[in-house]
Design a protein around this ligand. Structure first.
Ligand code: ADP
Length: 237
């Protein structure tokens, strides 16, 4: 039970066309429960941490572990089935509303889909569409906030052990903000939540904050710790 759910051990990783690695010798442990926020300037390596955790890329040295098991002993499905990912860029996947909400749990019922849609306040909108859950998302007009909430609903069905959330940099409407805050709060009570945090309220909510800079962990601690000692963090705040 004390084994972190996710671990990076001395991980160096980069991209084929880049001269320097995006992350250098990064060691991190994500506890089973609670909210960890990644902060740091653009280009610091936050997204690369997510790409490694989701196994979109592999490290050039060092290793990742899920429940203490090295990633190279696991299939991509083993890694991704326990991890829900809410991304800021393209939160909607091709297909119907049902496909979108039940993506991680294809055997879940329509009732579970409606429950998740209700908790992000999308149920009325979807009920107003003539095809309901069968509506093709590409053929209906959803606002940016509604798309984000669809992604949040997806993460709420059969709550995951691990939630990775890349917080949108764009302004979101109040309903969407509230849905995201609620997702972080509920998911971090029962499992691990890692956010790429852009909003002060998200950072303040975190149990631990990791400050990345130039591909390395610069500092880690609570908001109070970091505010008292880390100049980059003070600037960020
Ligand atoms: P952050 O999310 O903190 O803004 P990233 O992890 O996206 O940082 O980027 C870390 C470094 O890796 C940056 O120097 C960035 O330019 C580089 N990088 C990110 N994605 C790619 C890519 N697909 N190809 C080449 N270099 C990349």
């Amino acid at each position: 039970p004390d084994t972190p759910v996710l671990t990076l051990r001395a991980v160096t990783a980069g991209y084929a066309d880049a001269e320097t690695p995006a992350l250098r010798d990064v060691t991190l442990a994500i506890p089973r429960k609670g909210h960890i926020a990644l902060v740091g300037p653009s280009g610091a390596g936050k997204t690369t941490v997510f790409s490694l955790l989701l196994r979109f890329i592999d490290p050039t040295s060092g290793r990742l572990e899920l429940n203490g098991v090295p990633y190279e002993h696991l299939s991509i499905d083993d890694v991704r089935s326990g991890i829900a990912y809410v991304e800021q860029e393209t939160p909607v996947i091709p297909g119907t509303v049902r496909d979108n909400v039940l993506f991680r749990a294809p055997d879940a019922t329509d009732e579970e889909a409606w429950e998740a849609l209700e908790s992000v306040r999308l149920d009325q909108k979807i009920r107003s569409l003539s095809d309901g859950l069968d509506t093709n998302v590409a053929e209906t007009s959803l606002s940016g906030g509604e798309r984000q909430r669809l992604a949040v609903a997806r993460a709420l069905v059969r709550r995951p052990n691990v939630l990775l959330l890349d917080e949108a940099t764009a302004q979101l409407d109040a309903t969407t903000e509230a849905a995201i805050q609620n997702l972080i709060a509920t998911a971090s009570r029962e499992g691990a939540v890692v956010t790429i945090a852009h909003r002060l309220s998200t950072v303040l909510d975190a149990d631990q904050i990791i400050v990345l800079e130039n591909g390395q962990v610069r500092d880690a601690g609570t908001h109070r710790d970091l505010l008292s000692r880390d100049t980059l963090y003070q600037e960020f705040i």
